[in-house]
Design a protein around this ligand. Structure first.
Ligand SMILES: Nc1ncnc2c1ncn2[C@@H]1O[C@H](COP(=O)(O)OP(=O)(O)OP(=O)(O)O)[C@@H](O)[C@H]1O
Length: 503
């Protein structure tokens, strides 16, 4: 297939807000692919490369001296092969060799194709929000029900592999995807609850009420002495958290998968700020801060998969192997005891509580009502779309943030407000240093950014607005912190923002 067809489909999908039209465009494309084209094309459409990151910067790509053509005949197989070659080029002279390969490619592509490939290579096409649509399109192209496709994706975390299985092996091939110890699955997520009483009542009191700790999510896999630890976005961080590895090796089991939260504590046992925990992931500099794990789920234990078992049974498993590392929680507390637990969580410096149905299975990758989070404040994770230059004391700093909510159908984020409240001097400095790296355009007041950075915003509520395109605006928004552990695909949707409208 020609690359131009992929570019056209990608554009068509981006140009419509209709979920149905997007799915149909993707379905037709998928149905026309040769089997070996499925992996690269599904990866590209999700903004990823089959080869992983190949480490080529935007500037390098923009500067390549290539004159485009009007009509191109470049095929998927050619580009995929070239990317494999670029990814495999290392050692001395590799920068030049990579430039040559890409320059050759760009002398054979149209400006539209080059633009698509540049955005793909720099990560700007990454649109995790497309995942829901893509799973539906894969199912439709393979003439299969959606559920087995969705499940295979949740268990593998890989759309390209899911698509290949669905299109070439049908339900049987999809059924072969299992929880594999050592390979991360997408974490189960929670929905916000109006109040603790609401959540408790909705789940009929048959709940586990647990502290909601303000750290970073970890998924820990153990197979014998081999340990792998992943973040919320399934990035492996085993190498930067040796103390967690050591602790897990010491647990009395052969194989296990745990889901939990990790954070650094102060000497008096209170949680350290979120940023300090995050700085341990990947950074060499903060090694002196010890991380502590707080597990809240067990998805596999000694050869037995527990994903489909009720939470009650998964908690039993967790308590047999790691009772000392269990997050503080109560099973079936009465409403008063649950309320005291919530107060205790806040008093200990935590964010709130999670209320979880004891009878629900682990719904990987889903944000459902079986887990509900209760916090005293509203917060939203929004995408930074730009920042205005400050004035007065903030002259010379990028300050007032433009904030966008995610379009659940994969379109550009939708602006819902601005704020400069809550920004410390350190954050202003960081924004001023960091934002130009993500610049999309600028005018005299504002630097507009590619939608890559997620920030957590505290707010008093939202109101109807004719100023913003989503018809809704934040009220009294203030910056709580940046969320480097989240991608724009994890940001809150415009629907979640609208759900806060009064009445
Ligand atoms: N007891 C707990 N059970 C489950 N998740 C917990 C618990 N304590 C803390 N967490 C954290 O809360 C998150 C669940 O909330 P949610 O599904 O909304 O994810 P989130 O969007 O990262 O949440 P938030 O933005 O509120 O931190 C988990 O990803 C995990 O990191």
């Amino acid at each position: 297939m020609l690359v131009s067809r992929i570019v056209d489909t990608s554009r068509a999908v981006g140009a419509t807000r209709s979920r149905k039209v997007k799915i149909e465009a993707l379905r037709t494309l998928l149905a026309d692919l040769e089997p070996e084209e499925v992996e690269p094309v599904v990866a590209w459409l999700s903004g990823e490369l089959r080869q992983g990151r190949i480490g080529i910067g935007w500037r390098t790509l923009a500067d390549l001296p290539a004159t485009p053509v009007d009509h191109s005949t470049v095929t998927v197989a050619e580009v995929d092969g070239l990317l494999t070659e670029v990814a495999g080029t290392s050692g001395s002279g590799s920068t030049e060799r990579r430039r040559t390969l890409l320059t050759d490619l760009f002398t054979r592509t149209t400006p539209d194709e080059r633009d698509f490939l540049v955005r793909l290579l720099t990560g700007d096409l990454r649109q995790g929000a497309l995942e829901g649509i893509m799973t539906d399109a894969i199912a439709a192209a393979a003439a299969l029900p959606v559920e087995p496709v969705r499940r295979a994706f949740m268990l593998s975390g890989r759309l390209p592999a899911t698509a290949t299985a669905a299109l070439s092996g049908g339900v049987e091939a999809l059924g072969a995807f299992r929880l594999e110890v050592g390979r991360p699955i997408r974490p189960m997520l929670a929905s916000p609850a109006e109040s603790l009483a609401d959540a408790w009542t909705e789940l009929g009191g048959d709940v586990s009420v647990e502290y909601k700790l303000d750290g970073a999510r970890i998924q820990v896999h153990r197979n014998g002495d081999e340990i792998h630890i992943f973040t919320r976005t399934l990035r492996e961080i085993t190498g930067s958290v040796p103390e967690l590895v050591e602790l897990v090796v010491g647990l009395p089991c052969e194989s296990a998968v745990f889901d939990g939260e990790t954070l650094a504590l102060t000497d008096s046992g209170r949680p350290r700020p979120f940023q300090e925990t995050m700085s341990r992931f990947g950074a060499e500099s903060a090694r002196e801060l010890l991380l502590h794990p707080y597990f809240f789920d067990c998805l596999h234990l000694d050869g037995i998969d527990l994903l489909d078992a009720p939470l009650e049974q998964r908690l039993d498993a967790l308590e047999t192997v790691a009772p000392q590392h269990r997050i503080p929680g109560l099973r079936r507390p009465d409403a008063d005891t649950a309320a005291t637990h919530f107060d205790d969580a806040l008093a200990a410096g935590h964010e709130g509580v999670m209320v979880k149905s004891l009878s629900a299975p682990y719904a990987a990758g889903r944000r459902g009502r079986a887990w509900q989070k209760v916090k005293p404040e509203h917060t939203l994770d929004l995408v930074v779309l730009g920042a205005e230059w400050g004035y007065g004391r903030r002259t010379g700093y990028l300050s007032n943030l433009h904030l966008g909510a995610r379009d659940p159908d994969g379109g550009d984020p939708i602006m819902v407000g601005k704020t400069f409240k809550g920004l410390t001097d350190a954050l202003l400095q960081w924004q001023t240093d960091e934002f130009p790296r993500h610049e999309r355009a600028r005018d005299s007041h504002t630097v507009f950014l590619h939608p890559r950075i997620v920030v957590e915003i505290e707010l008093d509520g939202v109101q109807v607005s004719s100023r913003y395109p989503g018809g809704v605006a934040l009220r009294f928004a203030r910056v709580l912190r940046y969320r480097p552990d989240k991608d724009p695909a994890d940001a809150d949707t415009i629907g979640a923002v609208r759900a806060l409208l009064p009445g």
